[in-house]
Design a protein around this ligand. Structure first.
Ligand code: 13P
Length: 250
């Protein structure tokens, strides 16, 4: 995992308040010292903190992302929603779409596809999450599920170079369980080949997400075709988050 940029994306979900800004101090300091390694740190706090975080990370190596957005254009009448343009204007560069928690709440492949189109039109980078349930895995449907999720999400989309694919097996999110390294390596290779050959992404980038922590990173980093990690719980603690980054490069 050396000669390319490794993404460390902190997905804070519904965590964080105004005091969380202090978390960033240590991470900013770390990134100022560790300039040599090739990595990208992207914080995706809840919407309520985007503005605050945006000001804090200005002129640092840390980038900002949103956890979701609405698929309709800016100024549409959708109570409670945020547009891609609003996210762009606040200074964020990335948006997560297709997270299993959002899919479980009703986000369909069609909506994901519309969101991606809107995000591309607004010049934002996309973190597209895909992943199977445990029962689908047991029935050996993983590849079929992943292929369907990706093909449907990217249907009709030509500009695919700013899309990161985050493989997040649902059974691994928040459970402390990660796939066996051998299996994960095989699955990531399969995905990369699929993205390259069938989806025609020239340089596909794949992240892994699901219970990544400062211990299992030692094993996960062995999968050298990975382009980074989407990290939930362990990213709340600046110490753990920094440890994950440090250990990736040891
Ligand atoms: P955890 O790291 O808490 O398992 O969450 C993973 C995730 O869903 C990131 O998007």
């Amino acid at each position: 995992m050396t000669n390319k940029f490794i993404h460390f994306i902190a997905n804070w979900k519904m965590f964080g308040d105004i005091n969380s800004i202090n978390s960033l101090n240590k991470v900013i300091k770390f990134s100022n010292i560790h300039k040599k390694n090739k990595y990208r740190i992207i914080y995706c706090p809840p919407y309520t903190l985007l503005n605050l975080f945006s000001r804090k990370v200005k002129n640092t190596r840390i980038m900002l992302g949103a956890q979701n957005c609405h698929h309709e254009q800016n100024n549409s009448a959708f109570t409670g929603s945020i547009s891609a343009k609003m996210i762009k204007k606040i200074g964020a560069k990335y948006v997560i779409v297709g997270h299993s928690e959002v899919r479980a709440d009703g986000e369909t492949d069609l909506i994901i596809n519309k969101k991606i189109k809107t995000l591309i039109n607004n010049g934002l980078n996309i973190i597209l999450c895909v992943g199977e349930t445990l029962s689908q895995r047991k029935k050996k449907q993983t590849y079929k599920i992943l292929k369907n999720q990706i093909s449907r999400a990217l249907k009709g989309i030509k500009k695919k170079n700013n899309i990161l694919i985050a493989y997040e097996p649902i059974w691994s999110i928040g459970t402390g369980i990660i796939p066996k390294i051998f299996d994960l390596d095989k699955d990531i290779k399969y995905l990369k080949n699929f993205l390259l050959k069938k989806i025609k992404i020239k340089k596909p980038k794949i992240l892994y997400g699901g219970s990544v922590n400062d211990k299992n990173i030692i094993d996960l980093k062995k999968i050298d075709i990975l382009d980074g990690f989407l990290i939930g719980g362990a990213s709340h603690s600046p110490k753990k988050f920094i440890d994950i980054i440090k250990k990736t490069f040891i």
